[in-house]
Design a protein. Sequence first.
Lengths: 227, 227
Amino acid sequence: MPNLTGQDEREEISHAIPYPTIRRMPAYHRYLKGLQSDGLAMVSCTRIAESLDLEPIQVRKDLAMTGTVGRPRIGYPVDALIGAIETVLGWDRWSEAFLVGAGNLGSAILGYRAFKAIGLNIVAAFDIDPRRVGKMIHDVPVLAMEKLANLARRMKIRIGVITVPAEAAEDAAKALVRGGIEAIWNFSPLALTGLHVGKDVIIENVSLASSLAVLIRRLGQTKAAQP
Amino acid sequence: MPNLTGQDEREEISHAIPYPTIRRMPAYHRYLKGLQSDGLAMVSCTRIAESLDLEPIQVRKDLAMTGTVGRPRIGYPVDALIGAIETVLGWDRWSEAFLVGAGNLGSAILGYRAFKAIGLNIVAAFDIDPRRVGKMIHDVPVLAMEKLANLARRMKIRIGVITVPAEAAEDAAKALVRGGIEAIWNFSPLALTGLHVGKDVIIENVSLASSLAVLIRRLGQTKAAQP
DNA sequence: TCGATATCGATAGTATAATATCGATATCGG
DNA sequence: CCGATATCGATATTATACTATCGATATCGA
């Protein structure tokens, strides 16, 4: 049975997109936006690869995943690529989100206006500290944790952002799940799993410790390589 | 010629550790620290895997990379594992670092005291905005960008953290490189490459957009799965 | 004391993603 | 007008990481 809606057709195409490709998409998007503002209409994989320090073949395969077709010797249409990437990443339809933990990191993320352009609109923050409750941080109200669940259900919030210390991460996650949240973007040092929140909640852990571990490791190796 | 120092011997063992394993190491460390404070002396891969929602085989292979030997039916000694992980990750000898960009995100990272426990000690921040220069943020002084290069060389700083907007990232990176910095931890939306800073500078990009892209994508897929 | 069993360590197999190869195509320069 | 060439798209190969299998080992309980 053929699907007539663009929505489902797109899903069908994009179902097989590997996550490494998804991770590179924002970089392509940023670069293409730059070309677009310079008035460039077409661009080749070779050029993109040179600018982003990637392999041309990899770029070609990644862009093919968006469904955009290129022309030999010319390349891909810039505008179409940008649109296709935005569709694949879901940046065309933004989602509202709640944030838990209005500390240093939480405030920084609330102040990061760029998220709105990439599909995330944080509409309220929550904290257990009564001294923070009631304040506004970057135009976003800080509310008491007790109000989270009901408000989330009422507003049909699907995404929760966790920016609390490790000790509070599990409680924060469970509060979000009680509110019916479907996806959690977790910045706490405790890596959340399906064991914490149930396996049908989507979790994306941003592990700064992992990232730093790789950096320090590579630094140690170069030092060892040049004695 | 045999090496008598523990340093080089360790490097030899750990040279082959895959980066995915390195990325999981901080989670193991955190979990093991919890066991240690509970007084547990030995732990099996099975138990670790269950708690962290991983495969036991994967945990066993990861831990084997540290050189720690386990005992059948009993498991691995907790203390030894912790020490081995700290050695592999370089957390035993912390490095001093400079931070560029004392805005929201920069302040948050300066306030993140946990980094000191994992090998990173930020000793100074830099900013182009004269209104920020001269202030203290979480006990770290904010200095003028012009002072960066000389001070970095004088203090033999090896690591730089970039928390500036995308437009300023390349300049920030180049300033760090002029100061002789060897490794850059980049939080800006612009992914830095060897083309920006020269190919012998180590770069670790923390791409929040990539992380969010994966989250939103997975969310979109579950929605499509249940119409 | 001795067998049952949980676990380790090593080897083998599988899945995934990165890279290479090659024909097809259409533009650009002569 | 026509050949040289840059690029695309598809297929094939390689590299990497993850998962499974199996014998060896040592503890625990009967």
